[in-house]
Design a binder for this molecule. Structure first.
Ligand code: SF4
Length: 456
């Protein structure tokens, strides 16, 4: 069996499964957020009754993150609905925007977009917050009401996005009927060259198979090249499995996975026991390829979909209005460090927005020092508009006052993960997906630029 099949077999209480089998699996974690949480709660109450209790209060994790820093009252209200449900169900894992459990969430635009407006429990973008808060464990099954839930496959778990109806059912029963996906095998060999990042790996892979090339399939990444990648890098790659239509992305378990997960689970007092899955000799793949990491170059997915692959060096003619770094995929500490490394001592020439994925990342950047200055100061000095309000922000467009949202038909280079028309706001805007390094280099020149031009 493949890694995915082994996890699903275990979660179904079976000794073996194969692609195409329909099986009932037990969920280890159900995650929802402010966009889909209210709908999921509605389905749960309608189907199980107004006084029903969730199947296991320690397995439901609720993370408001999407439409948070906006004066839109309906969006603010969604967070209040989550809070009311958490209180009623006595759920321990709710990462509220405010500290007062009796309060109401109201964003104050008069305070501006840059200074933080959240309390001590707030965790930021769900997919980045889940591992940071100790909710991702090898060998487990994670369902989330968000397509990029597949990011947690970096931790050797089966993680996939589901709709509100399925999530309402999981909330009541802890189970879901799943068709076992076929597995595509991506063996990574070699080492990334300077200026080339994990984002380039996944943009390359999606370019090979197209934005629907992995539809309802597992994407398994392994080999010596995968072992050499950091956990942040693996998260970037697993996150974008869905951009090829994948059901999930998954990596092998190793010492790095173990160190990360053990540290985070202990730090947060979450469950520390887990059982990883290892590769079998008799894995059956529907597709196999080898990606030689040392041959990859800075890569861009052009408008209008993540499969429109080109090399950054071929796109110098594409003039840009805006650059954006942020999201679960591209707003991690390591992403900002690479971004800052290119920008240090220089000035951006186009509007450039920076949105860390979580408050912990804000803290990392405001405390990491490069000589006299923090990394945060390096970025601000370079002209980047950095907000402390960690969250999804303009990655998903959002209400019209969302930080970094494109309200006119602009061209933007972005470290985010999705670029279908209208994704970051205006339906005629164009988004070019790239690594944080390529976004930084392009922000400096005002056109798409290979970051190796700025590396000494
Ligand atoms: S940052 Fe973007 S991709 Fe990630 S969860 Fe938020 S909206 Fe989705």
């Amino acid at each position: 069996m493949t890694l995915t099949e082994k996890i699903l077999a275990r979660a179904a209480g079976k000794t073996g499964v194969q692609a195409g089998d329909n099986i009932w699996v037990n969920a280890d974690i159900l995650m929802t957020h402010d966009v889909c949480g209210p709908g999921t709660i509605g389905v749960f109450k309608r189907e199980f009754g107004k006084t029903a209790k969730v199947w296991d209060c320690n397995k439901v994790v609720i993370i408001p993150d999407h439409y948070i820093f906006t004066a839109d009252s309906k969006s603010n209200r969604n967070v209040d609905i989550l809070r009311e449900f958490v209180k009623e169900q006595e759920l321990p894992y709710f990462y509220d925007v405010i500290d007062d459990p009796e309060g109401k969430w109201v964003f104050d635009p008069a305070k501006g977009m840059l200074k933080k407006q959240y309390g001590s429990h707030y965790a930021g973008v769900c997919h980045t917050a889940l591992p940071q808060k100790g909710h991702t464990r090898p060998g487990e099954v994670l369902f989330g009401t968000d397509s990029h839930t597949c990011m947690a496959g970096a931790f050797n778990q089966f993680a996939t996005g589901i709709g509100n109806t399925d999530a309402g059912f999981v909330m009541g029963t802890g189970k879901l009927l799943i068709k076992v996906p076929e597995t595509m095998h991506f063996r990574l060999e070699g080492k990334l060259q300077p200026g080339v990042m994990a984002k380039d790996v996944i943009l390359h892979a999606i370019g090979e198979i197209g934005f629907d090339g992995a539809t309802y399939r597992a994407m398994q990444f392994d080999g010596p090249g995968a072992t050499a990648l950091s956990m942040d890098d693996r998260m970037t790659i697993a996150n974008m499995a869905i951009e090829a239509g994948g059901k999930n992305g998954i990596f092998e378990f190793d010492a790095q996975t173990q160190a990360y997960v053990d540290y985070r689970c202990k730090l947060n007092g979450t469950k520390t026991s887990y059982q990883p899955v290892e590769r079998d000799r008799d894995e059956k793949f529907v597709f196999e390829t080898v990606i030689e990491l040392s041959k990859l170059e800075p890569t861009v997915a052009c408008h209008p979909d993540p499969g429109q692959r080109k090399k950054a060096k071929e796109l110098g003619h594409v003039k840009l209005d805006r650059a954006y770094i942020g999201s679960c995929t591209g707003g991690k500490t390591s992403d900002f460090l690479e971004f800052a490394r290119v920008l240090k001592g220089r000035r951006v020439t186009i509007d450039t927005f920076g949105v860390p994925a979580t408050p912990e990342i804000v803290h990392d950047l405001q405390t990491a020092r490069w000589g006299e200055k923090t990394v945060w100061e390096v970025l601000v000095d370079a002209g980047v508009q950095m907000t402390e309000n960690a969250g999804c922000a303009a990655c998903l467009g959002g209400p019209v006052d969302t930080f970094g949202r494109m309200n006119t038909p602009l061209k933007c280079i972005s470290a985010t993960n999705r670029n279908f028309p209208g994704r970051m706001g205006h339906k005629e805007s164009q988004v070019f997906l790239a690594s944080p390094g390529t976004v930084a280099a392009s922000a400096l020149t005002g056109h798409i630029t290979d970051p190796r031009e700025f590396l000494s």
